[in-house]
Ligand binder design. Sequence first.
Ligand code: NAD
Length: 289
Amino acid sequence: AKQELGFIGVGRMGIHMAGRLLEAGYGVTVFDLNETNVARLVQRGAKRAASPAEVASTAETVLASLPTPDIVKAVAAEVATGSKVKTFIDLSTTGPVAAKEVAAVLAAKGIAAVDAPVSGGPSGAEKGTVAVMVACPKDLAETLRPVVEVIGKMFWVGAEPGQGQAMKLVNNILSATAVAMTSEALAMGAKAGLDADTMIAVINSGSGRNTATEDKFPRCVLNRRFDFGFAIGLMHKDAKLAVQFAESLGVPMIVGNAVNQLLSITESIEGFNGDLTTTARTVEKWAGV
Ligand code: NAD
């Protein structure tokens, strides 16, 4: 049998990543405040733990996929009290500042922290095709490779805590901008009487194509399902982390700040758990589409 792993946070992303590790033959002990997905994984062979500390007392390697920086910090502090854990792999998007704080708390207990945020959405997580942006000493990254490559494609991006998170913010401000700008551009076209399917076909054969036109709009907006599976509150968190990080580095982020505001407004309309793709609906309403 392969090694025992712990997995904390089995939501839209985590359920697929933990599920793939189970299918690959790892023993997986899971914890989540929400029982629904825990029960699904237990049916597939996972073991259930009652707390993050219990997870960290059953496995040397503990992974997490949690919503926000504050939650990750609280959970990491509990993981640090576990009796067995040696490595904590955080797949969540928390930003470089939180990743460094987590690494310091864990280092004090002799536990290695690996920030390893992912990109590719729930469908990529299910297929095992997400990009995993790993930051930790390179030799540690290589020992983790077999586990990481069950989840997705591993990219070692640096040895310092937070560098995986920096890479993820670079990616996600682009991904958020694609959704925001596609929403505005398609609303303009719709108001001018262009057909949505035609616009998408033309864009995807032309130079405007992006992840929103290739996937999110045809799959989740044009059919009015708005079910991509990424909470608008979480993407707003990512955009906010990106503009704050840019500010701290002295990098202008004029477009990024505008995108952040559009996501913020959409979150206030749709609620934290509204889908990212409802950004299109915000713009359509203002435009009178
Ligand atoms: P989610 O809200 O669906 O899942 C988070 C899970 O964490 C939930 O099941 C929740 O019950 C659980 N949780 C919350 N607080 C907890 C606690 N204190 N202890 C244990 N469990 C707790 O979110 P998600 O979409 O799966 O995203 C997870 C992370 O991955 C986020 O940081 C997000 O930004 C990032 N991410 C998401 C996507 C996506 O497309 N959904 C893509 C890439 C990265």
